[in-house]
Design a protein around this ligand. Structure first.
Ligand code: SF4
Length: 221
C-alpha cells in the first residue's frame, strides 16, 4: 500500500490566495490575506464560491505562509469551499497562529471544529432551510465555540429568519458568542431583515457583505 511522503503531509489544495479587505464578521474592514482552500462537501443553493469546488493547486504549507507574509497584513482568513474538508488545514491554522497573525476560519458548520487551534476565531455557519443543507448542521459544534468565535446564519426568506430566530433562542447561541444574520443577496431585502431583527429585539448582529458592495463579489476580492 502506498504511503504518503512527509512532503505530501504538508500540502493543501488551494484555489486562490489574495489580499483584500475583510468583508464580513468581527474583523470587517481590516486589510486581510485570504487563503481559499479547494473543495466543499456541501452544495448550498445560494453559494457564491462555486469556483472553489474543483481544481486548485497543491501548495506546500510553508510556501503558503511565505505568500501570506509577502502581503504584510496582520489578519489572515482561511476560507473555502469548506477548508476543514482538508485535514491539513488544522496544521495551516496552527502555523499561521504561531507566526503571530490574527487568524479567522470560515467554516460551514458541517464538520467537527473541536480540533481547531483555540487561537483561531471561528466564523461558523448554521445552514437555514433555504440553503438546502440544513440537515448538515453539526449541532455538537456549538459546544466547541469560544467567546471570540461567531455563528453566521445566511437568510434567504422570512421562513429562514424564523428558523434562525428559533435556533438562536433554543440553543442560547448568543450567550456562547456573537451571532451574525446576513441576507442572501437578491433573495431577501436587507432592510426587511434589519426591521425583523429590530421588531423582535434579537441579540444578533446584522451584517451586509462589504466586498459585495465594493467589488460585486468578483473572485480575488
Ligand atoms: S458550505 Fe460554503 S462553500 Fe460550501 S456550498 Fe455552502 S456556501 Fe458554498
Amino acid at each position: 500500500m502506498a504511503t504518503e511522503t512527509p512532503t505530501a503531509v504538508e500540502r493543501l489544495r488551494i484555489t486562490e490566495i489574495f489580499h483584500s479587505i475583510q468583508g464580513e464578521a468581527d474583523a470587517i474592514g481590516w486589510r486581510t490575506v485570504f487563503v481559499r482552500l479547494t473543495g466543499c462537501p456541501l452544495r448550498c443553493v445560494w453559494c457564491d464560491t462555486e469556483y472553489s469546488f474543483y481544481g486548485g493547486n497543491w501548495r506546500d504549507i510553508d510556501d503558503i505562509l511565505a505568500e501570506v507574509a509577502s502581503h504584510g497584513a496582520k489578519h489572515v482568513c482561511v476560507t473555502g469551499g469548506e477548508p476543514l474538508a482538508q485535514k491539513r488545514c488544522l496544521t495551516l491554522l496552527q502555523k499561521l497562529c504561531d507566526a503571530g497573525y490574527e487568524v479567522s476560519l470560515e467554516t460551514s458548520g458541517a464538520i467537527d471544529v473541536s480540533t481547531v487551534d483555540p487561537r483561531v476565531r471561528k466564523v461558523m455557519d448554521l445552514k437555514a432551510p433555504d440553503s438546502g443543507e440544513s440537515k448538515r448542521n453539526l449541532w455538537s459544534n456549538l459546544d466547541h465555540l469560544l467567546a471570540h468565535d461567531q455563528v453566521k446564519i445566511v437568510i434567504a426568506s422570512r421562513a429562514d429568519y424564523e428558523w434562525a430566530r428559533n435556533a438562536v433562542a433554543e440553543h442560547a447561541i448568543d450567550q456562547r458568542c456573537m451571532v451574525l444574520f446576513s441576507p442572501v443577496h437578491g433573495a431577501v431585502e436587507p432592510r426587511a431583515l434589519a426591521e425583523w431583527i429590530i421588531e423582535d429585539k434579537l441579540p444578533v448582529r446584522f451584517q451586509l457583505q462589504l466586498h459585495k458592495l465594493l467589488w460585486n463579489d468578483a473572485p480575488g476580492h
